[in-house]
Write a protein that binds this ligand. Structure first.
Ligand code: 26V
Length: 832
């Protein structure tokens, strides 16, 4: 045996293809795991363990390919990319794995022999919810695309003990419950204790003069924490590739401190262990109220330091101590500023641990780091108190100061005497409590800075990061988001994907632009009928799911009008509810004969500390309650709040939506990705000119998209003289809506609970300008009705939306990243 981590020396231990892929072999392994590993005997009582047994059976089959991939990487993969992200919203993994290695039918057959349905077993898996929303799900889609494109990309993240909270609705209010997802065993991960790293916190810095005259910085008296990696396989689609998602878990460096234990302080010894483990205990929700927490900064450093140490150690093992070629062979993609502390940490490791000088280390850093921005909201831009940094990461702070000094020198050179600009661009924001601006740190330390949709990237260049774009125009670029069609069409929508493949073949699963071939069938009556039938099946399935979860029986014949996403004021769920009240009012007054019957579905979680978002959930539930219990609404209008919205919920929801609500205030939604999932599945969008909506509209054409609202420039121009009360007064429909609201119609026994909502709509300083878009939105919704009433016209629109969604595959996005930023060679394998 060699001490080398590669599998090369042990190749013969795991010959590829050792495990059978037929139903017999699968059943044999399944029963082995069920009985011998999990210790179960009867299906009647132990059915939940079938999921685990099948997962282990499938994991074994991935393992062979995982080894093959790693061997191929050792042999020919030179340049690699490392995706650093605090969030990965993976959802369920079993089905994705089965489809990737193409054994779903045979596994189903194996289960059938013991009288169990595949769907039932798949239903036993809980979502892996290590993320908040779009940013985390994007990371998961990217991993899928990287593996499918055979690109050598590793994901690095944190193995939180508690992921995204579960949402329960009680009296219309959100109640948060913990997500102890590791409790029922996560069968996909492999612990790699052999690759554990030590992470330093606290202590102080010391400077030594070396014999050669160079100064050497040391970081001493630290409190150390162990980072233990757990690897999760990321299978490519039917290409034999299995990439890696490496998640770090925190542990005490010593199980417990023997000295303290002997001195009788058992509880203190255990407390130290708990404090270490706290670092990876829980995923932070993204709200302003949660920012500035010391533990969050510890998490960020934990991920950055562990991942960089891992990558540098692997480099040293393969290449020795020469880092001159490192940047040519390695690229780090920073998923927002959350892992941006990797910039000074890479500097620290290269200088303090590997002996490089500043210039050499800076060249390596600046040529290997790339930063993606995911939000323009100023309150979402991360800053950390300098004082906290000094206490927690003193050596890292020294390096940040030095990076800043050199940045400011460069700025002075470019704009001599422009002190305002210096203050604007400084990584340190001066004030009573000086702050580290993480976005500026990321920009200074990266060779690439990208936004996630054309509009968003332009707003970065000409707004938020304008000074930096003037200094380094070559760094700034756009990478429009995408989603993986394997999960978001093939897996989640069997009726429609079957129909599509029947018509144009199955190639779209790896080449989404092929969907364009559907366009020529958009007017074909028999294809339209089949399209409607597939979508009707999905709507029936969703209606059943909603009845089970929320107790509301939706009529699948109705127009399914859907808005699911995190609850945020800028996403304007409020506007949606104002429209619901308008419809309700119209129908009540007997003026709704011309309206198409609608079922409004809204879902999403509010960050636990975001009071207004929680008010909005209460508002939605109250309005839904009144609508659903009014006999006059029967057959005309229904409304439901979908509880505990997550990845699996979206898999059920997006194939069944007729109308996709993408109604954020223009300039606020960086991209959106739900908009792409809906479009791919044949929903038509009602939306503003925001984020990727702009590109969706461009792809599908104005006649297949319901556009409304102010654009970015108009929003900014309207702000100064914004007078919502006057807008309401000038619009009879809006007035009636506000009157109903003000009369307490939706909060009969709960006086005052909707006051914050009313104030928000009528607030002249409302940053989201909800009232400004009311009329335009209501009118666009009327156009939706008109189009939906003509089934032929609507089906054509639906088909064309799917047909033109090719650009929104994450395969295209990853090809863009690879062409412009990563520049990796694919490492193809033989395939299945
Ligand atoms: C938003 C907010 C808003 C309130 C204050 C605190 C806070 C903190 C963080 C965030 C958003 C974090 C970044 C994020 O998740 N961005 C989302 O990234 C998606 C993938 O690029 C993109 O599609 C969404 O438009 C964008 O919101």
């Amino acid at each position: 045996m060699t001490d080398d981590h590669s599998t090369l020396g042990n190749l013969e231990l795991l010959p590829p293809g050792a495990l059978g892929m037929d139903a017999d072999a699968i059943l044999a392994d399944l029963t082995h795991y069920f009985c011998h590993t999990l210790g179960r005997r009867t299906l009647r009582f132990d059915a939940p363990f079938l999921y685990q047994a099948l997962a282990l059976t499938v994991r074994d089959r991935l393992m062979e390919r995982w080894n093959e991939t790693n061997i191929a990487l050792e042999r020919n993969g030179s340049r690699r990319a490392h995706y650093l992200s605090l969030e990965y919203l993976m959802g369920r993994l079993l089905r994705n794995a089965l489809l990737s290695i193409d054994i779903e039918d045979r596994a189903a057959c194996a289960l059938e022999r013991i009288g169990v349905a595949m769907e039932e077993v798949q239903g036993l898996e809980h979502d892996t919810g290590l993320g908040n929303g779009g940013l985390g799900r994007l990371a998961a889609c990217f991993l899928d695309s990287c593996a499918t494109l055979a690109l050598p990309v590793t994901g690095y993240g944190i193995r939180y003990q508690y992921g995204m909270f579960h949402q329960r609705i009680s009296d219309g209010y959100q109640v948060e419950e913990p997500d102890p997802w590791l409790r029922d065993v996560f069968p996909w991960e492999i612990e790699r204790i052999d690759l554990a790293r030590t992470i330093k916190y606290g202590g102080r810095t010391a400077v030594h003069e070396e014999r050669d005259g160079r100064t050497r910085h040391e970081w001493v008296d630290t409190h150390d924490v162990l980072a233990i990696p757990y690897d999760v396989p990321i299978p490519g689609y039917r290409n034999g590739v299995v990439n890696t998602l490496r998640l770090w878990s925190a542990a005490a460096t010593d199980e417990f401190d023997l000295e303290e234990f002997n001195a009788g302080s058992y509880s203190e010894a255990v407390a130290a262990k708990n404090e270490a483990e706290n670092i990876s205990m829980v995923l932070y929700p993204n709200t302003a109220t949660e920012s500035g927490h010391e533990l969050r900064l510890k998490q960020q450093y934990f991920l950055a330091s562990a991942s960089l140490q891992d990558i540098l150690a692997d480099w040293s093992r393969r290449r020795g101590g020469d880092f001159s070629g490192f940047a040519a062979d390695n690229c780090f993609q920073l998923n927002d500023t959350h892992p941006a502390i990797a910039v000074p940490e890479l500097m620290r490791l290269l200088m303090d641990e590997h002996g490089l000088g500043w210039d050499a280390a800076w060249a390596v850093t600046r040529e290997s780091m790339a930063y993606t921005n995911h939000t323009l909201l100023p309150e979402a831009l991360e800053t950390w108190p300098v004082a906290m940094f000094r206490r927690l990461l003193p050596r890292v702070l020294e390096i940040i100061f030095e990076i800043n000094a050199r940045l400011l020198a460069e700025v002075s050179l470019a704009w001599p005497g422009d002190n305002e600009r210096l203050a604007r661009m400084s990584i340190i924001e001066e004030g009573p409590e000086p702050l580290v601006r993480m976005a500026y740190l990321a920009i200074a330390g990266s060779f690439s800075v990208n936004g996630v949709a054309e509009l968003h990237s332009n707003l970065l260049r000409h707004g938020l990061f304008q000074d930096f774009a003037e200094l380094w125009p070559e760094k700034f670029n756009n990478k429009t988001n995408g989603v993986t069609q394997r999960r978001w069409l093939a897996a989640c929508n069997p009726p429609l994907s079957g129909l599509i493949s029947e018509r144009i073949g199955p190639g779209w699963a790896t080449e989404l632009s092929r969907l364009a071939e559907l366009a020529e069938h958009a007017g074909d009556a028999s294809f339209q009928a089949a399209w409607r039938e597939a979508r009707a099946a999905n709507k029936g399935r969703l209606a059943a799911g909603i009845e089970q979860r929320a107790g509301v029986a939706l009529d699948p014949e109705m127009l399914f009008d859907v808005q699911v996403k995190r609850i945020h004021e800028y996403k304007r769920q409020l506007l949606n509810v104002l429209h619901a009240i308008h419809l309700y009012d119209q129908i009540r007054r007997g003026d709704g004969e011309h309206r198409v019957p609608r079922a409004l579905i809204i879902g999403g979680k509010a960050a636990p500390g975001y009071v207004m978002a929680k008010n909005i959930i209460k508002f939605i539930n109250n309005v839904a309650g009144v609508i659903n219990s009014d006999p006059a609404m029967a057959g005309r209008l229904q409304m439901v709040f979908y509880p505990d919205y997550n990845v699996s919920a979206m898999e059920l929801i997006c194939p069944a939506a007729d109308l996709s609500e993408q109604i954020s205030t223009a300039g606020k939604e960086a991209s959106g990705t739900g908009n792409m999932k809906f479009m791919m599945n044949g929903a038509v969008t009602i939306g503003t000119l925001d984020g990727a909506n702009v590109e969706i509209l461009e792809a599908v054409g104005g006649e297949n998209f319901f556009l409304f609202g102010l654009n970015v420039e108009e929003v900014e121009a309207a702000r100064a003289a914004y007078d919502p009360a006057a807008i309401v007064a000038a619009d009879a429909d809006f007035e009636r809506v506000m009157q109903l609201l003000g009369s307490g119609h939706f909060n009969r026994l709960e006086p005052g609970v909707l006051d914050p909502i009313i104030h928000a709509v009528l607030n002249p300083a409302d940053p989201w300008m909800t009232a400004a878009d009311f009329r335009s939105y209501i009118d666009a919704q009327a156009r939706v009705d008109e189009a939906f009433r003509d089934a032929g016209r609507w089906t054509r629109m639906s088909i064309l939306n799917t047909a033109h969604s090719g650009r929104f595959s994450s395969d295209r996005t990853i090809e863009d990243y690879n062409r412009d930023i990563w520049r990796l060679q694919a490492v193809p394998l033989a395939g299945p």
